[in-house]
Design a protein around this ligand. Structure first.
Ligand code: 13P
Ligand code: SF4
Length: 430
C-alpha cells in the first residue's frame, strides 16, 4: 500500500482519485509541497487539518533549510539518513510519534504515544542527542525529563500543535485570578482546595510550570481519568486545559453530569458563565480543541456501521463527545494500537485518529480491514512539517558536531514543570 505521503503525491498528479485539492475546507494541494516552501513563504500551521487555526504571535519559526537538502530523491535521503544514523550509533536516539509520516517513522528507534515518548526520553542514558520526530510540546517535555547534557532536537521548529497553542500562560493566569476571586483559596472541610489546574500534555512548558506551581498536574490521553481522580482527591474542582473534548469525555466517563462541566471562554467575562454555574461546576473546560479530531462526526460513525456490519469504531478522546458516545471505544493512540493488535483476524475497524497512524495500522495488519472514519486524506499539519529532508539536515549536522534546532526549556520554567510531570508519572494508570 502506498504511504499517506505517496498517496498525496498521486492525488496531486491525478493518478489517484481523492480530495486533497477539493471537497475539504482544511486540506489543500500544498500538502504535496516540501515543507521548506512553507517555512519561508507561509506563516501558519501549514496545509492539513489545522491549517485554518490561528498561529499565535511569537511561535517558533523554522529557518531556511539549506538548498542542498531540498528535493532529494527518496533513495538519496534514505542512504544518507541511514549513514548518519550508523555513524552516530548509540549517541543518537530518534523518537517518533505515531502520527509521523512513514517516510520519517522508519528511522525511529522508538515509536510511541506522547506518554511513552516522555518516558523513553528519560530512560536512554547513552543518548547524547534525541531527535524528536513529533511536535514542539513533546520535545519540550523530553528536554525537561532528560539530562541537561542530552540535546533534544526538533527537526522542523514549525512543528507546533495548534491545540496546545490555544492556551497560553497569561490567559490561563487571568482565568486563575478570576476563579480565585470567586472561590477564595480556603480548603473545604476535607482539605480540598477550590480548584486544581490540570494541563493536557499538549501544552507549553510554561503551562506545565503553572500547574506545578499551583498544586496541579499534567495528564495525557492514556492516563486522564487516573489524573482526574488524583486531582479530585485534592480539589473540589478542576480547571482543565487546553482540550475541552478530552476533559469532557474523561469527566463524562467518570460519571460527572454535563451541566457540571462548563466551558471557559477566556474572551468573555467569567469565561461566559454565571457565578452560580461556576460554583456548581466540577470541571472547567478550556475552550481548546484539536482540528484533526474535530473532523470526526457521528454521521461518519453511522456510515461506517451501515457499510461494514460488525465494524468496531475506536476514536481518540480528543474527538467530540457525540462521536465518542457513538463509537464503541475511545482511547489514546497506544490504546488504539493495542486494540487492533489484540483483535481476532478478520476484524473490521473504523478508526478516528490521525491518518498516518491509521494507514500504518492498516498496512501492519492485513489480517484486518482498517480504515479512517474520515475519508479525506488530511494529516495533522504540524506533525507533517517534519519531512525526511529535515531529519537528514539535523543528523548530518550532528555528525559534524553541530547541534541544530535544539529545544531548551529555561530552568525557571523546567523546575516547576517537572513537579507537575513527576506528579503525573507517579499516578498509577487505572
Ligand atoms: P497521544 O497522547 O495519544 O499520543 O496523542 C497526542 C496527540 O497529539 C493527539 O492528537
Ligand atoms: Fe496537536 Fe491535534 Fe496534531 Fe495532536 S493531532 S499534535 S492535538 S494538532
Amino acid at each position: 500500500m502506498p504511504s499517506i505521503d505517496e498517496t498525496i503525491q498521486l492525488i496531486r498528479i491525478g493518478e489517484r482519485p481523492g480530495n486533497v485539492t477539493s471537497g475539504s475546507s482544511t486540506c489543500s494541494s500544498d500538502l504535496a509541497a516540501g515543507p521548506w516552501e512553507l517555512d519561508e513563504a507561509k506563516p501558519g500551521y501549514g496545509p492539513g487539518a489545522s491549517m485554518a487555526d490561528v498561529l499565535p504571535a511569537g511561535s517558533p519559526v523554522q529557518g531556511v533549510l539549506p538548498q542542498e537538502y531540498r528535493g532529494l530523491s527518496r533513495e538519496e535521503l534514505d542512504l544518507r539518513i541511514r549513514a548518519a544514523k550508523h555513524a552516530l550509533g548509540e549517541k543518537l536516539l530518534i523518537l517518533g510519534h505515531y502520527y509521523q509520516r512513514d517516510e520519517v517513522i522508519r528511522y525511529a528507534d522508538f515509536v510511541g504515544d506522547s506518554f511513552q515518548l516522555a518516558q523513553a526520553s528519560r530512560t536512554r542514558p547513552k543518548a547524547e542527542a534525541m531527535v524528536f520526530c513529533g511536535v514542539h510540546f513533546m520535545a519540550e517535555t523530553a528536554d525537561m525529563l532528560s539530562r541537561p547534557d542530552q540535546a533534544v532536537i526538533l527537526p522542523n521548529l514549525a512543528a507546533g500543535c495548534s491545540m496546545a497553542d490555544m492556551a497560553d500562560v497569561d490567559t490561563v493566569t487571568d482565568c486563575w485570578e478570576d476563579l480565585h476571586a470567586l472561590f477564595g483559596e480556603a480548603p473545604d472541610a476535607s482539605g480540598r482546595v477550590p480548584v486544581i489546574p490540570v494541563t493536557y500534555m499538549n501544552s507549553s512548558a510554561a503551562l506545565k510550570a503553572f500547574c506545578g506551581k499551583h498544586g496541579g498536574i499534567v495528564c495525557t490521553s492514556s492516563n486522564a481519568s487516573a489524573v482526574l481522580d488524583w486531582a479530585f482527591e485534592r480539589g473540589q474542582r478542576v480547571l482543565f486545559f487546553p482540550d475541552q473534548h478530552l476533559g469532557r469525555n474523561t469527566g463524562k466517563a467518570m460519571g460527572i453530569p454535563l451541566e457540571q462541566m462548563v466551558v471557559w471562554n477566556p474572551n468573555e467575562p467569567l469565561g461566559g458563565s454565571s457565578e452560580e454555574t461556576l460554583k456548581n461546576a466540577r470541571i472547567l473546560l478550556w475552550h481548546g480543541y484539536c482540528s484533526v479530531h474535530k473532523r470526526f462526526t457521528v454521521e461518519q460513525v453511522q456510515l461506517a456501521r451501515m457499510r461494514h456490519p460488525g465494524v468496531r469504531v475506536i476514536v481518540h478522546p480528543e474527538s467530540p463527545m457525540e462521536v465518542v458516545d457513538a463509537a464503541d471505544e475511545a482511547g489514546s493512540t497506544d490504546f488504539i494500537r493495542k486494540k487492533v493488535e489484540a483483535a481476532e483476524p478478520g476484524s473490521i475497524f473504523a478508526i478516528g485518529t490521525e491518518i498516518n497512524m491509521v494507514q500504518r495500522l492498516a498496512d501492519q495488519h492485513p489480517e484486518h480491514t482498517i480504515f479512517c472514519l474520515d475519508s479525506v486524506i488530511c494529516p495533522c499539519s504540524s506533525m507533517y512539517r517534519i519531512h525526511p529532508s529535515y531529519l537528514l539536515w539535523v543528523l548530518e549536522a550532528l555528525e559534524r558536531g553541530e547541534v541544530l534546532n535544539r529545544i531548551v526549556v529555561p530552568e525557571e520554567i523546567a523546575i516547576p514543570a517537572r513537579v507537575a510531570l513527576e506528579r503525573m508519572l507517579s499516578v498509577k494508570p487505572r
